[in-house]
Design a protein around this ligand. Structure first.
Ligand code: DX5
Ligand code: ZN
Length: 226
């Protein structure tokens, strides 16, 4: 699977969102990563439907919605109406994982499952045939600007091996999210991640588009370790 770069909108300038969206449209980025936080599942509140709808009007790349909310099932339909192209929810946030994944897929949207750094992989493995995307959080969810937790890379390696063994490699994207920057991009790719979400490290650079291109070069130059 190709390496994909998904800049996190959470780090954008909300006073001039249009300018940042256009910059991403005209960059080498693949997706817009959109973090939705409810203030209950995570100790922060980000944004919801009105912002997503505005994004949808301007974005020329898929909207990858990462729900950090309890009871995700109840919100799938409105998020699809607001423009989501993929919806990822947390395995820790609902007891209806299977039902929620199946429902997202029935709506012809990509279904993603996210897992927190300290949650065991054994909780997600039973659902991977129902997923298009597995998001391994490399920080505790809720805030941008944290340092990547190196120990999660072991999980990335393990899950990559598992999906190869189960012949799912062509069907399942492995996404890492939190503290991803140029220095750890090679390690993430070598461990087996193919979608890199990054906020602070990209938006923190003077030239966002050059930063995205540079992250892609670093990803392409690194290969999955066999
Ligand atoms: C954190 C969010 C991330 C965040 C990444 O809970 O899920 O998507 O925006 O931001 P950085 O790259 O700054 O860690
Ligand atoms: Zn995210």
């Amino acid at each position: 699977m190709p390496h994909l770069i998904a800049p996190s909108v959470l780090s954008a300038n909300f006073a001039n969102l249009q300018a940042d969206i256009e910059m991403i449209n005209n960059s080498e980025a693949d997706w817009f990563h959109v973090d939705v936080m409810d203030g209950v599942f995570v100790p922060n509140i980000s944004f919801g439907f009105p912002v997503l709808k505005s994004l949808q009007k301007l974005a020329k790349k898929p909207l990858d919605v990462h729900l950090m909310i309890y009871n995700p099932f109840a919100y799938i339909e409105p998020f699809i109406q607001a423009g989501a192209d993929s919806i990822t929810f947390h395995v820790e946030a609902t007891e209806d994982v299977e039902e929620t994944l199946q429902y997202i897929r029935r709506c012809s949207v990509k279904a993603g499952l996210a897992v927190n750094p300290e949650t065991s992989l054994s909780l997600v493995l039973p659902y991977l045939t129902l997923c298009d995307l597995l998001l391994l959080m490399t920080v505790h969810p809720g805030f941008g600007g944290q340092l990547m937790k190196e120990e999660v890379l072991e999980k990335v390696t393990d899950v990559r091996a598992w999906i190869e063994q189960h012949k799912l490699s062509e069907k399942l994207e492995i996404q890492v999210d939190g503290g991803i920057d140029l220095t750890n991009t090679p390690r993430c790719v070598q461990a087996g991640a193919n979608v890199l979400v990054a906020g602070t490290s990209l938006y923190g650079k003077a030239d966002l588009q050059a930063a995205i291109a540079e992250m892609r070069q670093h990803a392409n130059a690194s290969r999955l370790k066999k």
